[in-house]
Design a protein around this ligand. Structure first.
Ligand SMILES: C[S@@+](CC[C@H](N)C(=O)[O-])C[C@H]1O[C@@H](n2cnc3c(N)ncnc32)[C@H](O)[C@@H]1O
Length: 366
């Protein structure tokens, strides 16, 4: 069987039969390279815990100046394929056919940067990557169990992430906030605080870019950025309750109906916009990754959003364009942006009553 030859970025690789390679994830690999260049990772050590063909490590080495590169894969064919590709790209690196859990249990080495891109959930591997982390370690991790995080299998979410998900238009944002809070809780057990740098939810994946900070106070501060959310199925507003044991009300603050509670979730900012801006400078404007990071730069930082079609249905009216509603709210001094989590969503600091009135006014002006 002939291996498939692939050129991606500066890497030239062969994909052996039985080894995972998804060309559609080029976009996310481009974003990861831009991230490493934006934070200035030249000369740092990096471990790709789930290398498959080795494409990530090879690109990080060639395009972001990584020096000490280690690649792991539990699949023998993948580890062999990685070795072959390292040779093809003339890169000296450590490539091991080993399970991450076993490697982390026996490793004395700590890494500056860790990439984790497993099949499905990263949850079973988080403790392993924390074992090979130190103060300042950058973690890039992918989750593809989005159906679980987005509440299609809510019992699985409770089991895997110890969190109650949402299963409506808020599900993707709630899902990524569940993933972040899960990571923070595990990091805290290892006495690490977590700085969230960039978070992306796109296609079938979620990806987090984080920095670990050693120290009890830092771990405590991260934990205090988590909390719970409440969603009202009657008036469609939402609220957030920060803290580990906050006073949780299941009564909607806007209409008095019973709300649905979800969480624990992360309640802080999902992106460091200055860093996202630096990433854009590292990227090709015509690439799909550019679009993803531009959207991140434009989005309001507050948690959650309203869904225009749900609100127009409530008002028993036809659809209304985003720009008309946002113009009316902005004239009143409110901030409105789109959200990367839902193309019909509106993120705003306006209360629900103001938003409903802006929708009605937008309809009158037509
Ligand atoms: C989704 S693929 C990685 C794709 C790769 N990052 C890329 O961009 O092409 C997941 C890889 O993780 C490997 N893997 C799964 N469980 C593992 C474990 N416990 N330790 C190390 N590797 C593992 C699989 O064999 C597979 O090659």
């Amino acid at each position: 069987m002939i291996d498939i030859e692939v050129k991606e970025g500066s890497a030239e690789i062969e994909v052996a039969e039985g080894v995972f390679f998804n060309p559609k994830m080029k976009c996310l690999r481009d974003i990861s390279v831009a991230f490493l260049n934006a934070i200035g990772s030249k000369g740092n050590s990096l471990i790709d815990c789930t290398s498959a063909t080795g494409i990530r490590g090879i690109r990080y080495f060639k395009e972001a100046g990584i020096s000490g590169l280690t690649l792991l894969d539990t699949n023998e064919k993948a580890a062999k394929n990685t070795l072959k590709n390292l040779k093809k790209n003339r890169i000296k690196a450590v490539s091991l056919n080993i399970d991450l859990e076993k490697f982390a249990a026996g490793s004395e080495q700590k890494f500056n940067i860790i990439d984790l891109d497993p099949f499905g959930s990263p949850a079973p591997y988080v403790r392993d990557i924390l074992k090979i982390s130190e103060d300042g370690t950058i973690v890039m991790l992918t989750a593809t169990d989005t159906a679980v995080l987005c509440g299609a299998h809510s019992k699985a979410c409770v089991k895997q992430y110890a969190s109650a998900p949402m299963h409506n238009h808020l599900c993707k944002e709630a899902g990524i906030r569940i993933l972040i809070s899960y990571f923070m809780r595990k990091a805290s057990e290892f006495n690490f605080g977590t700085e969230l740098l960039i978070s992306i939810s796109d296609m079938h994946y979620m990806r987090l870019f984080l920095r670990l900070r050693k120290g009890a106070q830092k771990a405590y501060d991260s934990m205090m950025q988590t909390g719970f959310g409440a969603y009202c199925n009657s008036c469609f507003s939402f609220s957030c309750m920060p803290g580990i044991a906050p006073a949780i009300s299941s009564v909607c603050h806007a209409c008095g109906s019973k709300t649905k509670l979800f969480g624990p979730i992360f309640l802080g900012k999902l992106n460091d916009k200055a860093l996202a801006g630096k990433m854009l400078k590292e990227m090709d404007e015509s690439g799909c990754g550019y679009k993803t990071i531009s959207a991140v730069c434009k989005e309001l930082d507050t948690p959650f959003f309203y869904h225009l079609p749900t609100l127009t249905r409530k008002l028993k009216t036809s659809s209304v364009p985003f720009h008309k509603v946002s113009e009316i709210l902005e004239e009143k001094g409110f901030i409105c942006t789109r959200t990367a989590f839902n193309e019909s969503g509106i993120k705003t600091d306006a209360p629900i009553a103001e938003l409903l009135s802006a929708i009605s006014k937008a309809k009158e002006l037509r």
